[in-house]
Write a protein that binds this ligand. Structure first.
Ligand code: SF4
Length: 139
């Protein structure tokens, strides 16, 4: 676990990957940046490039169009990179589970380390989930 400590000894940077969601989870992720939740007070920063990310926040389902893009983004992220599924979509497909549009499970495209369920999850739950991930990784 030593290398986790070194990797996450400072602020963790997160990158948001919106696959094919209804966008409600994405709006809740943006809420994290508002003064009401102020994600950066925990040292967690939303970054604009996947190449700077320690953690990927993924939302939505996988369809034919986004599958190669999501895979490529994961490959471009520096390793170790941890993936957090935001909302019920990445785990079960939620209301899209029987959709013609859903081609495969998220986990078949990239590994997901943690799920934060909800449709959409509250910003407080997302903060708690990310903090728990950091806690677990730091032993
Ligand atoms: S979990 Fe619910 S709110 Fe989030 S993207 Fe899926 S359907 Fe939308």
């Amino acid at each position: 676990m030593g290398w986790y400590n070194k990797r996450l000894a400072k602020s963790i940077w997160v990158f948001h990957v919106s696959a094919s969601p209804c966008n409600n989870c994405d709006i809740e992720i943006l809420d994290l940046l508002t003064p009401a939740y102020d994600l950066e007070r925990f040292g967690i920063k939303l970054v604009g490039s996947v190449r700077h990310a320690d953690v990927l926040l993924v939302s939505g389902i996988i369809n034919q169009k986004v599958a190669p893009k999501v895979k490529k983004l994961y490959e471009q992220a520096p390793k170790p990179c941890f993936v957090v599924g935001i909302g019920t979509c990445p785990s079960s497909g939620c209301c899209f589970k029987d959709s013609y549009n859903k081609t495969e499970k998220f986990q078949e495209v990239i590994p997901i380390d943690l799920y934060i369920p909800g449709c959409p999850p509250k910003p407080e739950n997302m903060i708690e989930g990310i903090m728990k991930l950091v806690e677990v990784l730091n032993g």
